[in-house]
Design a protein. Structure first.
Length: 528
């Protein structure tokens, strides 16, 4: 009786821990779907973190495999350190983006796996994740100096006409003036060069055909407008800015950035980003604006000029703004990446998959149907073939599933379709363990043993076989978890937890039930 009470106490303790582990899951998924997607509610956020998560194949969303561009790493920088920093920056960006239950983890040496359940806007997600967000503030050269640099670049290109592709020369790009012939003289472009939007591909190919950095003065660089701008009535294009080569201030001094409407007085309805600078940044900005009143200060993001406002007066408050015909979503995403910081190296997408919510719901429905049909067949078989003992096996199987889901929730696991396959396999192995025990008990009864002795010998002799089969399968699950990818790991986790729960429920719990039934009476027969 002392041993029985100890085992009963252990069962009650495990049941209590399982209920505690699964309670957030019940609370979270009992709420309406629209309410569950709210990322601002702190109570929901806590429940979401503790609840059992659904994978992309069940919920729908995006799967991205990113790779660090090692050719762009600074000398002496370790790839592992860069990946760690990139993962932290991506996590900050995605958290602010409002994606619930994102998965960000390392894959190999230089790859990062990103899963975004519920997010189907592929282009916006890729842009948000892959954007370097290298923010720089550069002074624009004075008008006379800008014209000299453009002329110098034009003469150098004319002298290297052999480097210009024949396709460009045949496409109205002249040998004598390859650059200036492409420029558009707009009234608003005083002091800057401009190119029509339809001529932008020609300009980009022309700049790529020669080594621009070797032609420009050491203190100068070229920057293009990030988006088309109105050059004059009826014409849109890009401004070409001649900038300082070294930034006068960088984005490291930005302490906060938020999206605002109406920052640009020329376009009151457009969105922009208002930035608050750190104390160090405010000091630099104050000196920079005070010493360059009347000049343009270009705000450059990832080598593209977002805007180049003219400094009207010294700005002492440590606030700056980025305008440039953004819509609200673009401005909001830009504010997110500025707050999270710049990536240490470019990321390129090597694999991407999108799972629609309809496909996810179909997968859930299909998995549920398969599980229910399989469970019904197993229950009928156990009841018909093993009668009363089959009822005990079914109770042990239900307890096994309860412990399995509780273990998944406690480990903050994610339920996927391969995970459901692991659960179905666990059901089969649980029934197999009961069949081994019951057949051993039948053999003992046929040999003339009493019911109590037959049950005791049946469990004792089947235990080693059950242990061997479960341990060998558990080793396979561990190998799959160690060397497998995401879906394989989901299968391995559910299979491993199910096997451990199976060895406890099928042997110890079922045996405890049999002993409780046979403890107070002398049974002459057993329903088996």
């Amino acid at each position: 009786m002392r041993s029985y009470r100890w085992r009963l106490g252990l069962l009650v303790l495990l049941l209590g821990l399982s209920v505690y582990s699964l309670l957030p899951t019940f609370q979270f998924y009992s709420r309406p779907e629209a309410e569950r997607s709210d990322t601002r509610d702190p109570i929901l956020k806590e429940l979401r973190g503790k609840a059992l998560k659904l994978g992309l194949d069940l919920k729908g969303g995006m799967h991205l495999l990113l790779e660090i561009d090692k050719t762009k790493l600074p000398p002496g920088v370790q790839v592992r350190d860069v990946v760690d920093r990139a993962m932290e920056i991506l996590r900050n960006r995605i958290d602010q983006f409002g994606v619930a239950e994102p998965l960000i983890q390392r894959q190999g040496e230089d790859r990062i796996l990103v899963q975004l359940p519920g997010l189907l806007d592929k282009e916006r997600a890729v842009q948000l994740i892959g954007q370097m967000a290298q923010l720089e503030f550069k002074l624009v050269k004075q008008a006379a100096e800008s014209r000299q640099v453009i002329e110098r670049l034009n003469r150098a290109m004319a002298g290297r006409s052999s480097d210009i592709p024949d396709s460009l020369l045949a496409d109205s790009v002249s040998v004598a003036n390859p650059l200036t012939d492409l420029l558009y003289n707009a009234p608003e472009a005083a002091g800057s060069a401009a190119v029509l939007e339809e001529d932008l591909p020609k300009l980009q190919k022309l700049l790529e055909s020669v080594n621009v950095d070797s032609i420009l003065p050491r203190d100068a660089s070229i920057g293009l407008s990030a988006k088309p701008e109105r050059l004059d009535q009826g014409h849109f294009g890009r401004f070409i800015y001649v900038l300082n080569r070294r930034p006068d201030m960088t984005g490291e001094v930005v302490s906060n950035a938020i999206m605002r409407i109406g920052l640009d007085p020329r376009d009151p309805g457009s969105a922009g980003v208002s930035m608050t600078l750190s104390n160090k940044g405010a000091s630099i900005f104050r000196k920079l604006t005070g010493a360059n009143i009347g000049r343009q200060l270009a705000i450059v993001l990832d080598n593209r000029v977002q805007s180049a406002p003219r400094i009207q007066d010294r700005i002492p408050q440590g606030e700056a703004r980025i305008t440039g015909h953004f819509d609200s979503a673009e401005a909001r995403d830009l504010a997110i990446v500025l707050r999270a910081g710049a990536l240490p190296a470019p990321l390129r997408v090597v694999e991407e998959r999108t799972v629609g919510p309809t496909l996810g719901r179909d997968s859930v429905a299909g998995g549920m149907r398969a599980g229910v049909v399989g469970a019904i067949i197993v229950v009928l078989f156990m009841l018909i073939y093993y009668r009363g003992s089959g009822v005990i096996a079914i109770l042990a199987l239900i307890l096994n599933m309860f412990f399995l889901f509780a273990g998944l929730a406690a480990l903050r696991g994610t339920l996927t379709m391969p995970g459901i396959a692991g659960i179905v396999l666990t059901v089969g192995m649980a029934v197999d363990a009961n069949i081994l025990i019951f057949e051993r008990v039948r053999e003992e009864l046929r040999s003339g043993k009493t019911v109590k002795v037959a049950v005791e010998n049946g469990f004792n002799r089947a235990w080693r076989t059950i242990l061997d089969s479960n341990v060998t399968t558990l080793i396979s699950a561990l190998v799959l978890f160690r060397f497998g990818s995401g879906p394989i790991k989901g299968f391995a986790i559910t299979l491993g937890i199910g096997l451990i729960a199976n060895m406890y429920t099928a042997v110890f719990v079922a045996r405890m039930v049999f002993e409780a039934l046979l403890a107070r009476r002398t049974a002459r027969s057993l329903s088996i």
